[in-house]
Write a protein that binds this ligand. Structure first.
Ligand code: FES
Ligand code: FES
Length: 159
């Protein structure tokens, strides 16, 4: 099959790649670009482990074609820290021990960042609702929610 040439921006960096017409953005990120932070938990849009944003919109990258990244701005977990400065969400996940095996963690961090961009002061209920599409098989939800709420508070106080 003839490959498609895609020009996009990933975490602010202009990026080009060739992909099959039916290749997912998740597979492109992981297999072609070596960005393995986004995980494949299900491949069917059910677990959120592959969460990224495309033009600011939170999506499951397993449900997006690589070709759809043409001309778009993609943000992945790899772009969350600034150099060796962790994002407040990442720091609060560590401080709250909000991860166990860590497979769900990149997707939850990306989704939580998107939440705080859309709603800087979410209630616990809004936070749980927003993250409902991100499954954690280690069932650490309370610590995850505490970490997101604490990061949101820190970010509000710093702004
Ligand atoms: S791998 Fe994409 S939602 Fe599960
Ligand atoms: S920490 Fe293991 S799946 Fe969430």
């Amino acid at each position: 099959m003839r490959k498609i040439h895609v020009s996009t921006k990933i975490n602010g960096d202009p990026t080009e790649f060739l992909c099959e017409p039916d290749e997912t953005l998740l597979d492109v990120l992981r297999d072609q670009l070596g960005m393995t932070g986004s995980k494949e938990g299900c491949g069917t849009g059910d677990c959120g482990a592959c969460s990224v944003t495309v033009n600011g919109r939170l999506v499951c990258s397993c449900l997006v074609l690589g070709a759809e990244a043409e001309g778009a701005e993609v943000a992945t977990i790899e772009g969350m820290a600034e150099g060796d400065q962790l994002h407040p969400l990442q720091r609060h996940f560590i401080e709250n021990a909000a991860l166990q095996c860590g497979i769900c963690t990149p997707g939850i961090l990306v989704a939580a960042k998107s939440l705080l961009e859309h709603n800087p002061d979410p209630t616990e209920e809004e936070t749980r609702y927003w993250l409902a599409g991100n499954l954690c098989r280690c069932t650490g939800y309370d610590k995850i929610i505490r970490a997101v709420m604490a990061a949101g508070k820190e970010m509000r106080e710093a702004s």
